[in-house]
Structure formats: C-alpha cells, structure tokens
Design a protein around this ligand. Structure first.
Ligand code: ADP
Ligand code: MG
Length: 310
C-alpha cells in the first residue's frame, strides 16, 4: 500500500469522492475475491451511545465513575470514547440543572500520562490514580485488575444483545462497566449484497467481542465462519495474511488506527474518509464519505477503468 496522495483513473473517481493512490491500484482491484470489513465505524455508524451503566465497587457513584471514564476518553478518537464523554456531560448537565446552576461543563480534570492501546482501551493518571477504561480481558491481563464473575456475566449478557462492554478501573480496582450500543449504517445491508453480486466474499473482522460481532453479522447476512472477533491490530493483520496464504486476493475496508496494519497488508486497502489519518495513510483507496455503497462503486470503477485502459 502507498500513501493516498493523488487522484487517478478517471474524473469519475473524484466526482464520487474516491481517492486512489496510483494507477497500480486499479490493476490489483481486478483480482480481488474477498472483502474484509471492520465493524465499528465501517459497518456501523460509529455514532455510539451508552446504553447501560453498572457500578460494581462500593461507595462509587455512577456519575463519579462516568466523570473519570470521560476524562480519560476525552483523549481518545475512538467512536466509543465520544459516547462516554457525551453521556457524562448529559449526567453532569442534568445534575447542574437540578441544582439550578448555569453551565453544563465537566470539571476539567488534570489528565496526565494519557495512553491509548488500539483495540484495547485507554489509560491516564487522574489525581494520582491510574484510571483504565477498556476491554475486561485487557484490564485483567495487562493491568492485573480483578474482574469478579458477576461482572463478567453482566458483560456477557449485554454483549449477547449486541453491545460493546468496557470496564472502568481506578487504582487497580474495577469500579464498574459501561455498555455501549451502535447501529448499522443504513446502506450496509445493501452494500454487502452488492459485494456478493460482484463475486466478493464478505468477511467480518473486529476488535470487538464475539457477541457484538455475531449480532452485526446476522443483521447483514455474513456467515458465522467468516466472522473474526476480539482481534488486536496484529490479529487483524494475521487474518489478512492467512486469507492470502489460502490463495485469496483480499480487499480490506477500515477506519481505525487498529486497522492500519491490516489495510497496508491487504492487496487493496480501502479507508473511509470518516476515519483516522492512520487508516487513510495505510490505504490504496479512500472513500471520502465513508459510505459502503461508494466502496462498491470504487471497486466497480477500478475494474471498468482497467478494462478501458487495456
Ligand atoms: P473495531 O475493530 O470493531 O473497529 P476496535 O478494534 O477499535 O473495534 O476496538 C476493539 C475493542 O477495544 C472495543 O470494542 C473496546 O472494547 C476496546 N477499545 C478500543 N478503544 C477504546 C477506548 N478508547 N476506550 C475503551 N475501550 C476501547
Ligand atoms: Mg473501526
């Protein structure tokens, strides 16, 4: 993959909002037989919303936990982060209104040592405590945080219903869980049908949990054996490589920092312009609007342009 810089092919590409890195890209598009799709922000809108909050530590308030989580997430550009920040602001706003005070801003917490681990979560030091927000497995293995069995079953119940669950921990203790919901982009089911019509096999590749992945796969008609959930950025790269090793020519569509390595390794990397700069830089094609039906157009355009050149 080369950096997306210039627009080639035909004027049609730019009209449709499709940026192509160079003429060599068109050549590779013809042979593609498999289209690997990221979930969050690619199949789904990424306009996530907090659907449930569970406090599990004694003496912790829902609002206090959300403010900590939101303070850390304010440093992240993940779709889930905006959901947490927005929910905390709503709660703070409601509390301020109830107290009849002006303004609804959160108290500005001093955020020190912010760090983001793509596909896992975020951390920062707040008032001297390490606060971690992310996957429960990551909290347990990387941060040695004890996740009680009932917190895990609570999480599993939300995940089966299609939600993404993250844990919030401070000072080495799990404070609680946030369940975050997402919805399909309106055009996703139609786009998946059209990929199939073009002879491409859709594969779902996500860092999210298997419950949320299965939920989305069922909604769009992707087969269970074509779903790879819980994948780290390296895991995503490995899935691309193993498909290639099995003889497939692979296109990958993604939007996140966590997709960059997979996008670069794919025979055809397609970034959504609504995504992060890292994904765009790693890709051969950028679809400015982020609409998957335009990804369909991009593949058809590349194939037909090639036909015209040859
Ligand atoms: P996808 O592959 O579907 O785009 P990601 O790889 O971006 O998903 O994220 C995988 C998982 O990592 C998320 O479902 C979440 O549990 C966790 N995660 C990623 N970023 C964050 C964040 N900023 N805050 C909390 N958790 C996060
Ligand atoms: Mg994504």
């Amino acid at each position: 993959a080369t950096p997306t810089a210039l627009l080639v092919g035909t004027g049609r590409g730019s009209q449709l909002g499709i940026l192509i890195a160079g003429p060599q890209v068109l050549e590779r598009t013809r042979a593609v037989d498999t289209i690997v799709l990221d979930k969050t922000g690619t199949l789904t809108s990424g306009a996530m919303a907090v659907v449930a909050v569970h406090v599990v530590a004694p003496g912790v308030t829902e609002r206090g936990m959300l403010e900590l989580a939101a303070a850390v997430e304010s440093g992240s550009e993940h779709p889930l982060a905006s959901a947490v920040v927005a929910h905390a602001q709503e709660l703070a706003g409601a509390a301020l209104l109830a107290a009849d005070l002006p303004g609804a801003a959160l108290p500005a917490a001093a955020l020190v040592d912010f760090a983001s681990t793509p596909g896992q979560g975020v951390t920062a030091t707040i008032d001297g405590h390490t606060v971690v927000v992310g996957r429960l497995d990551w909290l347990a293995t990387e941060w040695s945080i004890e996740v009680p069995g009932d917190a895990r079953s609570l999480a599993a119940a939300h995940e089966t219903a299609g939600a993404t669950v993250v844990g919030v921990a401070a000072g080495g203790v799990l404070l609680g869980l946030l369940a975050v919901g997402d919805t399909l982009k309106p055009s996703t089911p139609a786009a998946i049908r059209r990929f199939r019509e073009l002879g491409l096999t859709p594969v779902l590749l996500t860092g999210d949990n298997s419950g949320a992945a299965a939920h989305v796969a069922a909604e769009v008609g992707i087969a269970g054996d074509a779903v790879h959930a819980g994948q780290t950025p390296e895991g995503k790269l490995e899935v691309i490589r193993s498909l290639q090793a099995a003889g497939h020519v692979v296109a990958m569509v993604g939007d996140g920092v966590n997709d960059a390595a997979a996008l670069a390794a794919a025979d055809l990397g397609i970034a959504l312009g609504t995504g992060t700069d890292a994904a765009i830089a790693a890709s051969d094609i950028t679809v400015v609007s982020g609409d998957l039906l335009v990804v369909v157009d991009a593949i058809r355009l590349a194939r037909s342009t090639l036909g015209t050149i040859k």
